[in-house]
Design a protein around this ligand. Structure first.
Ligand code: FES
Ligand SMILES: [Fe+2]
Length: 383
């Protein structure tokens, strides 16, 4: 029997670079390796700090294969724990978010933990004086706050936060102080939209990293940022921000005026859009009057939940100003992007994509993401 080659044999022409093979987007075993090597080993942005506005407010999130509960202590600090009771393992908090008065109590046999995670009460605990309440406290998860968000790391030895998270912004913007000008941690939430995307998380990252698709699927965005219509990823040159088109007054769906620029945004940053990818699962978009932050929760090889927050100056939100025109612009971009990712996902298991596809020159930098991913998977498998 003769077989027909699936893809043309021989080396690729220099204009093209190979992508990952299709199995990287469909194989549950590769996804499991990513959970171990990335989502359970690196810093993951999970909860907006201001959402937990009082002691005892909590939010549960999926991080790799673990459920994590993030809460605020009576002293006002954020803490993260594995959402698992130390008695017989019941899930402690079953709601996605909530508020307790003082303690977290397991709904099974009522073991009770304070907001620092210590075991403080259990039925008949006084008759078990040998039980160490620290040892049977909740399992702590490392937590850092940056840009007004809680970032957690499940690893016992978390990588450097500065090197692996903060550095992404420095590398992209070329100036360590540039992101500080937006004062993201002081901004208020104007709008949150959660998208349940039926696609592998890497399709979403790769899409975010290129603008070859912008002219085809983002009519509103390319009106506001005409250089995006050219498809070349100028947005990824260090320090470069895409400039608003002539006559565009603000980063809104129809180019109408937005709000006043954030107070410390510099003259060079004004009328420009900057996009930052913080691997593996965060995108930060900076425009003069607001910040859009996406954080992804990869739930399966073909499913990713994306929470997107639109953040404005506190006085804009407090005044009840209508943010819908600026929200609508990136909401449409999100819907256009996620529809493209969902259109791509089923084809990842096609024999046509068995050895992957190709990247054109304006997408070649996505090869760096693939190299990063393969190195992380490789390093983890050798641990
Ligand atoms: S499993 Fe939580 S108290 Fe028993
Ligand atoms: Fe896009």
């Amino acid at each position: 029997m003769t077989t027909t080659p699936i893809s043309p044999a021989g080396p690729l022409p220099p204009s093209l670079v190979a992508t990952l093979p299709g199995a990287y987007y469909t194989d549950p075993e590769i996804f499991r390796r990513e959970q171990a090597a990335l989502f359970e080993s690196m810093w993951m942005c999970v909860v907006r700090a201001a959402d937990l506005d009082r002691p005892g407010a909590y939010r549960t999130v999926q991080v790799g294969r673990e459920s994590v509960v993030v809460t605020r202590t009576r002293a006002g600090e954020l803490r993260a724990f594995l959402n698992v009771c130390r008695h017989r393992g019941a899930r402690l908090c079953v709601e996605e978010s909530g508020q307790v008065r003082r303690n977290l109590q397991c709904p099974y046999h009522a073991w009770t933990y304070d907001l620092e995670g210590r075991l403080i009460a259990a039925p008949n605990l006084v008759r078990m004086p040998d039980v160490d309440r620290e040892r049977y406290g909740l399992v702590k998860v490392a937590l850092r706050e940056w840009l007004g968000y809680a970032w957690v790391c499940l690893s016992d030895e978390p990588p450097s936060f500065e090197d692996t998270v903060v550095h992404a912004a420095v590398e992209r913007l070329g100036d360590p102080a540039a992101i500080e000008h937006y004062g993201t941690e002081r901004l208020a939430l104007g709008k949150r939209v959660t998208y349940d995307v039926r696609a592998n998380w890497k399709l979403i990252v790769e899409n975010f990293m290129e603008c070859y698709h912008c002219a085809t699927i983002h009519p509103e965005l390319t009106e506001v940022l005409p250089e995006f219509a050219e498809g070349y990823a100028a947005q990824y040159y260090v320090g470069h921000g895409a400039e608003f088109g002539t006559g565009v007054e603000g980063f809104t769906v129809d180019g109408s005026a937005g709000f006043g620029k954030l107070p410390e945004v510099s003259a060079e940053q004004d009328r420009r859009y900057y996009a930052i990818t913080v691997k593996p699962t965060v995108f930060v978009n900076l425009v003069p009057d607001h910040v859009i932050l996406h954080r992804m929760f990869p739930l399966a090889e073909d499913r990713t939940v994306v929470e997107c927050d639109w953040l404005y100056a506190p006085e804009v939100v407090a005044s009840g100003a209508d943010v819908s025109k600026s929200v609508e612009l990136f909401h449409r971009v999100n819907e256009q992007d996620f529809a493209a990712c969902e259109r791509t996902q089923p084809a990842m298991s096609s024999r046509a994509y068995r050895s992957g596809g190709v990247l054109v020159p304006s997408e070649h930098h996505i090869g760096g993401f693939h190299a990063w991913l393969l190195a992380a998977l490789d390093a983890n498998s050798r641990d």
